[in-house]
Design a protein around this ligand. Sequence first.
Ligand SMILES: [Fe+2]
Length: 201
Amino acid sequence: MELKISNNTIIKPFSVGWDPADGIMDDPDNHIERCLSKLTDMFIDPGAAEAYLKEKGDVLLYEVYEKAIPQRDGEIQFCSSITHPGRIGEEYFMTKGHFHARRDTAELYYCLRGRGYMLMEKEDGEYELGEMYPGRSVYVPAFYAHRSINTGDEPLISLAVYPGDAGHDYGSIETSGFKHVVVERNGKPVAIENPRYGKME
Ligand SMILES: [Fe+2]
């Protein structure tokens, strides 16, 4: 769900409190919550996701807090991104991930808590994993889809900053997925080819 605000809105200078321990923003204009029931098809083993859902309930996978900023050139969007810890089978909890609607726009993440990776992948499948831990920044270049993956046992919390008019495009991720996924093998996170790539629905 995209937060809509008129592009003609005049923004006055403001400041906002944002707690690095839990990622909760004071007085946010939008709080997105994504639960497992809406994302079972995003995992490489949807059957395991359904079983997890039955056993443990509709757990929260990730949250975003943001302020309303006009989606126009020259502005800066920012949000707190919270990916909760857990696994479906061998696959870690993660965000759905997205391309930017304006593909030629980058994004910077600054991690404040937790441990994990930013999976960054171009349409041709070229990919990188950016390590995330407190004090570490990951630069997501233009044209890369990106997804946060929590490989630790506490929330993975980052501040994300990106151009005002970048927008979000979830379409190809929802239908095809990422070409690569991060799973736990022998106690360690590894990237593997997504066995369900191109047939996520
Ligand atoms: Fe983004």
